[in-house]
Design a protein around this ligand. Structure first.
Ligand code: PAF
Length: 285
């Protein structure tokens, strides 16, 4: 596995691979790699020739400086996991390489309006601008590729898809299923920040989703049940919603069919998210 640090090396590498006829699969990450990332590497390897992974903890998507400082960083383990799961090239750009003006504001920002202001965007203003801006840069430097994202960050995928469409980037966005621990907890780099008791509490997110996804509920019933399940477990609920999976607009009670249930909550100061497909029934009374 090659490990690169500069944009120039990274651009030359991906261009060289394409010139040699190889297709590129890009897996953007913020490190603290786990089995969820490994599944993205595996998917990229099975669908393409060369897997490029990036590790960059992007300060522009963190509103709270404490959250940025606390974000887990495990560079040595990350290299081992990446090389054992088929990554051909690991890019670890420095902050100066990615955002040369930092800590001053970077004048260029990519904003996907609409979706970015809802749910995660409402609770974390500017978060999706930071995500869209860094992913745009990763895609521009990498060039034509498939890019792989886990569905745990379901809204992030919608933001990136819209951006790719609007900017006509030569990229195919590939969503991949959420990987869960045996007890149902969605894998997340942030899980390592949880104590044993908090990890147990965090299970309320996946339990809340499981308690509504196949239960013939209308949208506001599902919202109430999810919120109650999380509150009962002591989770500080950020949202528990049922939305259209493309527009992210809230589902009305007279609508029926396939939607997305999304939850977010804070456990022991750690913000966690999860989501699942849901089929809602229309309210009858
Ligand atoms: O999902 C993540 O890890 C990050 O939001 C991403 C896509 C790597 C952008 O920093």
């Amino acid at each position: 596995m090659q490990v690169l640090h500069t944009i120039r090396q990274w651009r030359d590498y991906t261009q060289g691979q394409r010139d040699a006829g190889a297709s590129i699969g890009l897996v953007p990450t913020m490190g603290a790699l786990h089995a969820g990332h490994a599944s993205l590497f595996g998917e990229a390897k099975s669908r393409g020739d060369v897997v490029v992974a990036t590790i960059f903890v992007n300060p522009r998507q963190f509103g709270d400086p404490h959250d940025l400082t606390a974000y887990p960083r495990t560079p040595d383990d990350d290299r081992v996991l990446a090389s054992e799961h088929g990554v051909d090239c690991l890019v670890e750009p420095s902050l100066a390489e990615m955002w040369p003006d930092y800590p001053n504001p970077t004048p260029t920002t990519v904003t996907v309006s609409g979706i970015s202001e809802l749910l995660e965007g409402e609770g974390r203003p500017g978060h999706f601008d930071g995500v869209a801006s860094v992913v745009a840069k990763l895609l521009v430097v990498t060039g034509p590729c498939r890019v792989y994202f886990g569905e745990k960050d379901f809204q992030q995928i919608a933001v990136v898809r819209q951006m790719v469409r609007d900017l006509a980037l030569p990229v195919e966005v590939v969503p991949c299923p959420i990987i869960r621990d045996r007890d149902g907890l969605a894998l997340s780099s942030r899980n390592t920040l949880l104590s044993g008791a908090a990890r147990h509490q965090a299970l309320a997110l996946s339990h809340a989703l499981a308690s509504v996804t196949d239960h013939d509920l209308y949208a506001s019933q599902a919202r109430r049940v999810m919120r109650e399940r999380m509150q009962d477990a002591g989770v500080q609920v950020a949202y528990a919603d049922v939305v259209d999976p493309i527009t992210f607009l809230p589902t009305r009670d007279d609508e029926q069919g396939e939607r997305r249930a999304l939850v977010a909550g804070v456990v022991e100061g750690v913000r966690l998210i999860d989501n699942a497909r849901i089929v809602v029934a229309a309210r009858r009374d």
